[in-house]
Design a protein around this ligand. Structure first.
Ligand SMILES: CC(=O)SCCNC(=O)CCNC(=O)[C@H](O)C(C)(C)COP(=O)(O)OP(=O)(O)OC[C@H]1O[C@@H](n2cnc3c(N)ncnc32)[C@H](O)[C@@H]1OP(=O)(O)O
Ligand SMILES: O=C([O-])CC(=O)C(=O)O
Length: 378
């Protein structure tokens, strides 16, 4: 725990600020549960849509509920002309997270029921965001390649439709499955920085779109969601598996943080990594491509070097970053993919915060100048 002065918990490390019934990390077994279900089992046996329903409603959907959920999600995917025009006006030099943040803020400005923060209204807004964000991400990725957006296909599931909108086709089921596993694993992680941001905004009784917009800003940073992109840039910078150890020594000597390693809560490895790593291994094996094999070898070499040198293990961003690269996504799109998933957790927390709200307003220990007289103006 980081403590800089008596009673000060910099970074809120080790501070329990509220209760939650949405998810928990069980330190003793190094596991994570969503509403009581182990995330590994959810990733192996359930779709992302089912997990979104679980996070929002507290229970997995039955057959009828899932059919209804899917039908509503599919119907909400298209963007109107104003949003599509707005996207084309943003500079294509800006980061895709800026585009997503702007889009959510714009949806909030357009939302006629913005002042209605009831659970039912917020659930409807959450589903609309879940359905529309992939359409924004895909259109933005294509525009950066000079390509027109591909409209959503309501005959396709959430993950398949996203590939269709990005690339004009759906890859092999194993690739789609790997993507879906990443979405399930990224969906929720208790009071992480972006979720806490959403809860802080909500605690002032502000609206859902404001909270999600702020959460996107928090996720963008490389110490949080931005790490999945940074992992890929780091692997490309190292380039050769034989350079991994030497590169690591130089990076540590330069006091660099090694992206995709370490975690505030997990100190012996991230509970989500084994399942994402297995999915990544399957992706690499399926690709049967020398470049994919070389990157996977480098990925493993850096992981082993980091474990040996610092005893610090990968977090979920480490395998997810390489997996997204092998699926064909541009590196700057990796954190928006995280948003597409985490919007479920954020919005579940917004509802929970509102259900037993207390304004979030911590104290600070002052270490500035002693009180002094204001000098006369010059
Ligand atoms: C989905 C997610 O958001 S997961 C997190 C994604 N972020 C990253 O991968 C960025 C890289 N990792 C990090 O910067 C950190 O591990 C964090 C921010 C995730 C967690 O940080 P904290 O809990 O504050 O741990 P803290 O930064 O105090 O690290 C403790 C020690 O481990 C070291 N350490 C932790 N992570 C790393 C890392 N990735 N590279 C090098 N050293 C590290 C720190 O330098 C520190 O060493 P010291 O005690 O000698 O000063
Ligand atoms: O919990 C955290 O601090 C970061 C993280 O892994 C996540 O948000 O998934």
């Amino acid at each position: 725990m980081t403590t800089t002065a008596p009673g000060v918990h910099r970074g809120l490390a080790g501070v329990v600020v509220d209760t939650t019934g949405i998810s928990t990390v069980i330190q003793e077994t190094n596991s994570l549960t969503y509403r009581g279900y182990p995330v590994q089992d959810l990733a192996a046996r359930r779709s992302f849509e089912e997990v979104a329903h679980l996070l929002w409603h507290g229970e997995l959907p039955d057959e009828g509920q899932l059919r209804d959920f899917r039908a509503r999600e599919r119907a909400l995917r298209p963007l109107d002309r104003t949003t599509l025009e707005l996207l084309t006006r943003l500079p294509d030099t800006c980061h895709p997270m800026d585009v997503l943040r702007t889009a959510v803020s714009f949806f909030g400005a357009e939302d006629p029921a913005e002042d209605d923060g009831s659970p039912a209204a917020n659930r409807a807004k959450s589903l609309t965001l879940l359905a529309r964000l992939p359409t924004v991400v895909a259109a933005d990725q294509r525009r950066r390649h000079g390509l027109a957006p591909i409209p959503p296909d309501p005959s396709l599931g959430y993950a398949e439709n996203f590939f269709h909108m990005c690339f004009g086709g759906v890859p092999a089921p194993e690739v789609v499955r790997c993507f879906e596993i990443s979405l399930v694993l990224y969906a929720e992680h208790s009071f992480n920085a972006s979720t806490f941001t959403a809860r802080v905004v909500t605690s002032t009784l502000s609206d859902l779109h404001s909270a999600v917009t702020a959460a996107i800003g928090a996720l963008k940073g490389p110490l949080h969601g931005g790490a999945n992109e940074a992992v890929m840039r780091m692997l490309l910078e190292i380039g050769d598996p034989r350079r991994a150890e030497e590169w690591l020594e130089e990076a540590l000597a330069a006091q660099r943080k090694i992206m995709g390693f370490g975690h505030r809560v997990y100190k012996h490895g991230d509970s989500r990594v084994p399942i994402m790593q297995e999915a990544l291994d399957r992706l690499v094996a399926r690709a049967a491509d020398p470049e994919a094999t070389r990157l996977a070898t480098l990925h493993a070499a850096l992981r082993d070097a980091m474990a040996g040198r610092k005893g610090i293990h990968p977090n979920l961003d480490y395998p997810a970053g390489l997996a997204y690269h092998l699926m064909g996504f541009d590196t700057p799109v990796f954190t928006p993919l995280f948003v597409m998933s985490r919007v479920t957790g954020w919005t579940a927390h917004i509802t929970e915060q509102l259900a037993h709200n207390a304004l979030i307003r911590p104290l600070a220990s002052y270490d500035g100048p002693d009180q002094r007289a204001v000098p006369d103006a010059a």
